[in-house]
Design a protein around this ligand. Sequence first.
Ligand SMILES: Cc1ncc(COP(=O)(O)O)c(C=O)c1O
Length: 467
Amino acid sequence: MLDDVFDELAGIRNEPVWRPMPDAVRNAWSDKLPRQGTEAEDVYRSYQATIAPYGVGNRHPQFLGWVHGGGSAIGVLADMLAAGLNANCGGRDHAPIACERQVIRWASEMLGMPPESSGLVLSGTSMANFVAILTARAAAFGEGIRRTGISGVQPVGYASAGAHMCVARAFDMAGLGADALRLIPNDADGALKLADLRARIAEDRALGFHPFVVIGTAGSVDIGAIDDLSGLAEICHQEHLWFHVDAAFGAIAMLSPALRLRFAGMDRADSVAFDFHKWAQVPYDAGGIVVRDADAHRAAFAREVAYLRRDARGLAAGEPWPVDLGPELSRGFRALKVWMTLKTYGADRIGRVAEQCCDLAQRLAALIDAEPLLERLAPVPLNIVCFSYRLGDNAMQAAIAADLQEAGAVVLSTTTIGGRTALRAAFVNHRTRREDTVAVVRAVLAAGAARLDRIESVPEKEPREVA
Ligand SMILES: Cc1ncc(COP(=O)(O)O)c(C=O)c1O
């Protein structure tokens, strides 16, 4: 199995980026519960036939859809070792938790946060944003809110209009309601307008709401925009608000001396959410949170119960336990693949991957700007390029993306920029090279031309094919 995985990784460039599941495979997922066992070799054969060829495709250098990391060989081995050890990292006193604390100290160093900051390795930034909102909520309104729920206050928070949907969902899951997250308009570069934020905070206070948190975005999901983090930190300081940063991919850019400058102010955050499974190339899933005030972090989650009693010695020693810092009790040893990745490649090299991805995005932007049939729809502050095929409407852009995906050619995703559907290329994978930017342009032009041919070949009186 290991040989096969490494062979696949070594030859990934020669494979289609993605393969749709054939009906026979799709329909094969209706087996009854297997009452008797099967030889492991046969189970592996089933895996090879029905799962391995039909993954997401994000290992491939021409996978530029959404914001997906490419993974690495050391991550494969780390996951195997973690499964072998089968540690439950919810608590207790053992080396896997020491390893996780080490990873969090490294993350604090990366972000410019104090070494005594608290934190957790989590499934990703969605979960990290949720932990941050719960921590900020308890810090602002007191631990009592954890028992009584919200009553007598109307908590509200603020983020850019370009914030990831998981921030609003965190408000929803925290019982605050998604509408309690005020989305503040952006400037032309996609960064939150500070003056609008100040005005909205004042307006909310005047109306009797209780502002408690501002969420800065360090690399927005649509275009990679970076908020003025120093400006946000200042407003939070003046207004006594918790300053959280969603740095899902921006955090790893802090490992590059050249990119780091763009994130000035991140080191003033009360908490930062980020992913290791994007630019750090750790296999899914791995993200994390760092919280400056360790006591505040613990106060948001810790709960005393007899069956999780702590002791000064033995396996029940070693406070705080991860269960005191987040919503999960049983949890796997995710930190191992992060630790092994950082040890194996070194933080500088991972920082260079982020730099390389941003260079490739600039290169693609330049190719698009030079191509009359393509139009760029947004600035490129980091690693994401949004553009469209000029001879097509919104539906045609989505059709081009789907055509390319189904053909196993470059994978792009789509988003909406100013009401227009954009093709979106996000450079996250360490395997992507300059020639892949040329491949994107060629593939989109060819797919666009093929669609136009098909539309024009329809006889006049017949209804036109909808792209
Ligand atoms: C800015 C931002 N925040 C949050 C997320 C969600 O992160 P995850 O998918 O790791 O939960 C993403 C994902 O792309 C993102 O780009």
